[in-house]
Design a protein around this ligand. Structure first.
Ligand SMILES: NC(=O)c1ccc[n+]([C@@H]2O[C@H](COP(=O)([O-])OP(=O)(O)OC[C@H]3O[C@@H](n4cnc5c(N)ncnc54)[C@H](O)[C@@H]3O)[C@@H](O)[C@H]2O)c1
Length: 332
């Protein structure tokens, strides 16, 4: 058997989906914090140019053979699991893809970790686990009532992680992200989804191209009638992962933690913020509501500060929009 790679003074971390938007920002934060990183990504949506100099293993979850090879080559201390399909609408049309890649993918990863004796994992969960909440801000104790196969896949993996802890001692933190947004201040990394479904890049695209944005509903019970969401800067999100790893190594027990700011902004407020930062008018048309969009999703964030010592530092709407604008208008 080949000897497993290990650097004496540095923790080895496997990052699945590390070539994606949030994963690549987190890889940067991990490298800055001194971790040794290996990325597993099938590049279905990833960007290898976002992770220069990092070992990239091209492989698809749930490929158990690829995982077995990876875990036998390198002795990992922890895993950050970002790899996932993440389009809510697509998940309703094609649940099979979501259950195979997100659920079976998650299970094959946990199983490989158990076999290799790797005991710590940070999982990318989502506010989608809550569905349409009874009240906001939403605490982690709120009922889990996902409204799509995507949200269901996140709940399933979270629950499986709980059982893997009981049976095999796999410690986990499920970070329930609210709306990730913004870009690394360097302008080197940013949000590049295809198709793009997230509001801030779509508003920026409308400002740049003059093609009108569709606003899905202005008859919600919110001050201006449009939906309100909690936007969290991707660099703050990346830092939450580094702190979650540290907390796990200090003995934090398996838990789920909201990652948001506790403050929400409406679609119209986002449009105004983009107009202010860009100096351009954002053309838009009002469309009907989209099925399954709750009026307001805002996180209760006490657990993130208590369990992880995390507070957002870069998540003012201004900084989010400025960094996103810089990324989308970079010279290529
Ligand atoms: N972006 C958000 O606002 C947001 C909000 C809540 C939760 N999340 C979750 O955060 C994680 C990262 O999101 P993102 O926006 O960076 O997505 P992304 O699509 O940019 O990144 C996902 C990465 O995983 C890879 N991947 C996907 N399925 C894979 C598979 N089966 N095997 C191997 N690689 C695979 C893709 O190639 C991509 O590089 C996802 O789990 C997503 O569900 C994102």
């Amino acid at each position: 058997m080949r000897s497993r790679e290990r650097r004496a003074s540095t923790a080895n971390v496997l990052v699945t989906g590390g070539a994606g938007y949030i994963g690549s920002h987190t890889v940067k934060a991990l490298l800055d914090a001194g971790y040794n990183v290996v990325v597993l990504d099938d590049l279905s949506r990833g960007h290898p140019e976002f992770i220069p100099g990092v070992r990239l293993v091209i492989g698809e979850l749930p490929d158990e053979g690829a995982l077995a090879d990876l875990f036998s080559e390198t002795e990992f201390d922890a895993v950050l699991h970002f790899a996932s399909e993440s389009l809510v609408g697509e998940s309703v049309r094609n649940p099979d893809k979501y259950f195979r890649r997100n659920v079976a993918g998650g299970i094959s990863l946990m199983s490989a970790m158990v076999k290799a004796g790797v005991k710590k994992i940070v999982f990318s969960s989502s506010a989608a686990v809550y569905g349409d909440p009874e009240s906001v801000p939403i605490p982690e104790t709120a009922p889990l009532r996902p409204m799509s196969p995507y949200g269901e896949s996140k709940v399933f993996v979270e629950r499986a992680l709980g059982w893997y802890d009981k049976a095999y001692g796999l410690q986990s933190v499920s970070l329930r992200y609210f709306n990730a947004a913004g870009a690394d201040p360097s302008g080197r990394l940013g949000e590049d989804h295809d198709p793009e479904t997230h509001l801030i890049p779509l508003v920026i695209r409308a400002a740049l191209t003059g093609e009108p944005l569709t606003v899905f509903g202005n008859d919600y019970s919110t001050p201006d009638g449009t939906c309100i969401r909690d936007y969290i800067h991707v660099s703050d999100l990346a830092e939450a992962h580094v702190l979650a790893l540290k907390a796990l190594s200090e003995g934090l027990e398996t838990t789920a933690v909201n990652i948001g700011t506790g403050r929400g902004f409406s679609v119209m407020e986002i449009i105004s913020a983009v107009e202010e930062v860009s100096g351009k008018k954002v053309p838009y048309t009002m469309g009907p509501r989209r099925a399954g969009d709750p009026a307001i999703l805002v996180a209760a964030c006490d657990r993130a500060s208590e369990a992880l010592g995390w507070t957002p530092k870069h998540s003012s709407l201004r900084e989010i929009v400025e960094t996103a604008w810089r990324w989308h208008t970079r010279a290529t």
